[in-house]
Design a protein around this ligand. Structure first.
Ligand code: ADP
Ligand code: MG
Length: 578
């Protein structure tokens, strides 16, 4: 074969392929341009998973009508002037490639109006060639429409995943940007349905609630950490809230979404003993580091970066996470301010009503070590926190609580919450189908279409957890087997609980299987008001001791309250509290 230079058309398609791999890559580039434009509202409208239409509107600075045709030239950018600037990049775009790439593989229309111009411009490009440019009058900002993506690249089109998958990619992408940029109001509409709408009021919690549902959002731990020129903020899941894969780990560096395996692994390592094998945390972390410490010009989609001091970044990340986790895992101490029996000495009340000891003191006391910047890798800090000492059962009170004695005081255990925790760990650690027990009579239950589809997708995972579930109608399911650990409990009742999902569940995209298991545990667990005999009480205590995270129920509420010897002595005036 002779060597020849590729035609401009082929070359531009090859180049385009690196930047726009799938519809979500187009959405990402357009949204990043909108963010760079200084917009405070960004609207995204998608049809057929982006294959038919992707439209992104912003109210940003707009484009000079005399320059609008330049935007689709390769390496045309307003964001970079000199090569040295590459190490000081503060915008998301800088390569000047995205619009050129998109123009090469779709029909592209750009309409833009600047505040200072009386007239804007509208540009229409087909297969990389400008069809026309006409004057345009509209609201200030830019609107970019991408139609018939990849229709001139049948091979690429064939490799696209199903419409549903592409839709999910796009939704997940916008969710990430929405939470990374809480001061921008994002609206995502797919096939006419509003999928996401954020207010732009700056509250990340508010967005978290939209994404995860109220209950899980409340459980998420806030991370705020600053050190020298670096800072980290965001949210991570507590130990009890995990996923079967890494997909819910989202990292941003300097406002840029980064998919970096090493950084992700550093994050997971920070959890170490908090996580069960094969489970991963949920995290949305936003790192700010000096721009000169990160080379963003490594990859056409800018998803990978090169860190100048990776170890330093890993270490800051790990410390930020440890602190958030340790803070959350400190056992609940009772708030004496609500107690009726109290000595009159008001200043002693004062000192006790806020029994929170600073975290560092608490740790030093418990582990005999000091946590601090210089020993981030101390492995046993979390070990003591996730376990409880061996307890001696004293009895049950109020048909709701167990009383037990430990080496360091009294424990009050909420029987329902504790049993939920026990069942939950037994169920999720049940990773073998053989620990499953066939039911003499299969149980049938109904689910609406939406949840039915979700269960459908999780049948294999459920089977591995010991549930054999079959669908026999659009809304009808059959359970043939359940994990042996719960085979003797009232399963029918538990299934009824899940067949009636509440609205919050519908809004949340939380992992379905886990949610179901949490619900089932809630139903199966012994209730408050139920009298337990001694062997049952003993059994519950022993099971709780062997739990990995005995201190909280699967919803994150405490299972126990600890009254330390020290605290009791102070209460009885045996030790000076003043
Ligand atoms: P880059 O973002 O790397 O500069 P693009 O190809 O994505 O390259 O965009 C080219 C140029 O078009 C940008 O530098 C910017 O000047 C202009 N542009 C694109 N989208 C917008 C927008 N939404 N608002 C204002 N200007 C835009
Ligand atoms: Mg760009």
């Amino acid at each position: 074969m002779t060597i020849k230079i590729l035609s401009a058309d082929v070359a531009s398609k090859i180049a385009a392929g690196e930047v726009v791999e799938r519809p979500a890559s187009v959405v990402k580039e357009l949204v990043e341009n909108a963010i760079d434009s200084g917009a405070s509202t960004i609207g995204i409208s998608i049809e057929q998973g982006g294959r038919f239409l992707i439209e992104v509107n912003d109210n940003g600075c707009g484009i000079d009508p005399n320059e609008i045709s330049l935007t689709i030239e390769r390496y045309a950018t307003s964001k970079l002037n000199y090569a040295e600037d590459l190490f000081q990049i503060r915008t998301l775009g800088f390569r000047g490639e995205a619009l050129a790439a998109i123009a090469a593989v779709a029909r592209l229309s750009i309409s833009s109006q600047r505040k200072s111009d009386t007239q804007g411009a509208h540009l229409r490009v087909e297969n990389g060639i400008i069809e026309f440019k006409v004057p345009f009058g509209g609201p200030v900002g830019t609107s970019v429409r991408v139609e018939h993506l990849f229709s001139n690249m049948p091979a690429r089109l064939k490799f696209l995943k199903s419409e549903l998958t592409e839709k999910r990619y796009i939704t997940s992408l916008i969710e990430k940007y929405a939470i990374a940029y809480p001061h921008i109001s994002f609206t995502l509409v797919q096939d006419g349905r509003r999928i996401l709408g954020t207010s732009g009021n700056g509250s990340q919690r508010e967005i978290l609630i939209q994404l995860f549902g109220l209950e899980n959002a409340k459980m998420m731990l806030e991370v705020t950490f600053e050190e020298q020129e670096a800072s980290i903020n965001g949210f991570i899941s507590p130990a009890g809230l995990t996923r079967p894969n890494r997909r819910d780990i989202t990292l941003f560096i300097n406002g840029r979404w980064i998919q970096d395996v090493a950084l992700g692994s550093a994050l997971i390592r920070a959890y170490h003993s908090y996580l069960m094998v094969g489970r991963f945390p949920v995290a949305m972390l936003f790192l700010q580091i000096p721009p000169e410490d990160v080379d963003v010009n490594v990859h056409p989609t800018k998803a990978e970066v090169r860190l100048k001091k990776p170890d330093r970044v890993f270490s800051i990340l790990q410390r930020a996470i440890r602190f958030a986790l340790l803070d959350a895992a400190a056992p609940p101490l009772i708030d004496f301010s609500n107690w009726a029996v109290f000595p009159e000495k008001s200043n002693s009340i004062q000192s006790l009503s806020n029994p929170k000891i600073p975290l560092t003191d608490y740790l030093a006391e418990k582990t005999g070590t000091e946590i601090g910047a210089d020993n981030p890798g101390n492995e046993n800090q979390s070990a003591f926190i996730s376990t409880i000492p061996l307890l001696r059962l004293v009895g049950q009170i109020g048909a709701a609580y167990l009383v037990a004695e430990g080496p360091d005081g009294l424990y009050l255990i909420d029987q329902h919450a504790a049993h939920e925790r026990v069942l939950y760990e037994q169920l999720i650690s049940n990773t073998s189908e053989t620990n499953s027990q066939l039911l003499l009579e299969p149980i049938t239950f109904e689910l609406n279409q939406f949840f039915g589809d979700q269960i459908d997708g999780a049948i294999e995972e459920l089977r591995q957890a010991g549930f054999i579930v079959e669908r026999f109608g659009p809304e009808d399911f059959l359970v043939r087997a359940v994990p042996s650990v719960i085979a003797n409990l009232n399963i029918k009742d538990a299934l009824n609980a899940i067949s009636d999902p509440d609205d919050e569940d519908v809004a949340s995209r939380d992992e379905f299987e886990k949610k179901m298991i949490v619900k089932i545990c809630k139903r199966l667990a012994v209730k408050a008001g139920q009298i337990m005999n001694l062997p049952e009480q003993e059994q519950l205590l022993r099971s709780l001791e062997s739990c990995q995270f005995p201190r909280t129920c699967p919803h994150g509420r405490p299972t126990m309250i600890h009254l330390s010897v020290d605290m009791l002595e102070r209460q009885f005036g045996r030790r000076g509290s003043r």
